[in-house]
Design a binder for this molecule. Structure first.
Ligand code: MN
Ligand code: MN
Length: 389
């Protein structure tokens, strides 16, 4: 760092300190040219004596309803801690379509919970893919890529959308009817090379959920013919073998190593048998967004400085774990519970408590806890991941 750069940097840090009301004690670190101290400026939301709530009853909210279709969202507005990820629960009735739209600020990952869904997505190279999904399947659309979702068949469908930005709102997307409804007809006529009258009767405002006939079982070809992208947007998560399968339950995982297009989101389905525990762990590289598909689960959060908080999540509730925070999930219900989990990284990383302990010399552990080595020698030799009741 040159002197000039350093002066700017120190001035910037001082301004930041003034703006946040946090004293600049670490003068030495600044002089040493170490910018990492900036990561220790506390987030006001997470810097209090108590941890904030990390639970939101998503399914109990009203959301946006048109006919028998709805979208309910959890963003930083509903759940302020969830800055890294947002989510939506969406139901479409037969014949309903979430109209053509894109998101300026987030990629979209989805898990189909019930029914069948058809999607079409286009990339900046003009290549489009139409896919049909069933329960247990997953899709991923990169940020900004245009897409639509429609219910297939004569039964409603339900899916959970996860976005890699907690400030993203499903009700702030760029919809095709909103755009065409507000552009002059002369502009549209010139754009498409068709008469202005073509646009008579087109919607004037955002349609959001379009309602029409049930789609054909086999989709019609697009106007340009088939021009498929090199990477598929579809992954059959529950059709794969689970990453973990033991007495306590199962963990299904999909990240970019098996689903290459999903570069910014990893997804998982965690099934815990009654009384089972997804052990204490943390994620070095990602925030975690949770949605309870079934059952009741007790989630704990450790935030350093002696801060520890527990929330009980039930079916339809959302939970959130900030990056690097310690946490666990325990099934406290009578039957198996199922939790959908999303991470805002395309690479899955976790460090489990049992693994951490197993990786340290026994004398180190003995000193750390002030106990005889024989006590620590009884601890597990490998990662537990899911502990049975
Ligand atoms: Mn979307
Ligand atoms: Mn986790």
């Amino acid at each position: 760092m040159s002197d000039l750069q350093r002066r700017d940097f120190v001035a910037g840090a001082a301004a930041l300190a003034a703006a946040t009301g946090i004293g600049l004690v670490a003068g030495d670190a600044v002089d040493a040219g170490d910018p990492s101290f900036m990561n220790n400026v506390p987030d006001p939301l997470l810097a209090n004596k108590e941890l904030p709530t990390f639970k939101y009853a998503l399914e109990k909210s009203k959301g946006r309803v048109i006919g028998q279709s709805y979208g309910k969202e959890a963003t930083v507005e509903q759940l302020p801690i969830s800055k890294g990820l947002a989510g939506v629960s969406m139901r479409l009735e037969p014949g309903a379509m979430r109209e053509l739209h894109w998101h300026a600020t987030a990629a979209e990952w989805a898990f189909v919970n019930e029914g069948r869904v058809r999607t079409t997505v286009i990339d900046p190279q003009g290549r489009a893919e139409t896919n049909d999904f069933e329960a247990g399947d997953v899709w991923y659309f990169p940020r900004g890529h245009g897409h639509m979702l429609e219910c297939l068949g004569n039964k409603p469908c339900h899916f959970i959308l996860i976005f890699d930005n907690g400030y993203f709102s499903e009700f702030g997307t760029f919809s095709i009817s909103d755009w065409l409804g507000h552009a002059p007809r002369s502009l549209l006529a010139k754009n498409f090379g068709v008469p202005e009258a073509t646009f008579d009767g087109f919607p004037k405002t955002e349609v959001y959920f379009a309602r029409g006939a049930q789609p054909p079982e086999k989709p019609a070809n697009p106007l340009q013919g088939l021009r498929l992208p090199p990477q598929t947007h579809k992954y059959r998560l529950l059709a794969q073998a689970p990453a973990v399968d033991n007495k306590g339950g199962r963990l299904y995982m999909v990240d970019s190593s098996s689903f290459p297009i999903a570069k910014t989101i990893t997804g998982a389905i965690l099934d815990l048998n009654p009384g089972a525990l997804r052990e204490l762990h943390w994620h070095p590289n990602a925030d975690e967004w949770q949605y309870v598909l079934d059952g009741r689960v007790s989630v704990t959060l450790f935030g350093s400085h002696g801060r520890f908080r527990t929330e009980t999540l039930e079916r339809g509730d959302v939970g959130y774990i900030p990056q690097g925070y310690g946490h666990s999930l325990e099934n406290i219900g009578e039957r198996r519970c199922r939790v959908l989990i999303g991470f805002n990284s395309g690479v899955y990383e976790s460090i489990d408590l049992s693994q951490w302990v197993a990786g340290n010399p026994v004398d180190v552990l003995a000193t750390n806890f002030g106990k005889p080595p024989a006590t620590l020698a009884k601890f597990p030799r490998r990662s537990i991941i899911i502990a049975p009741r």
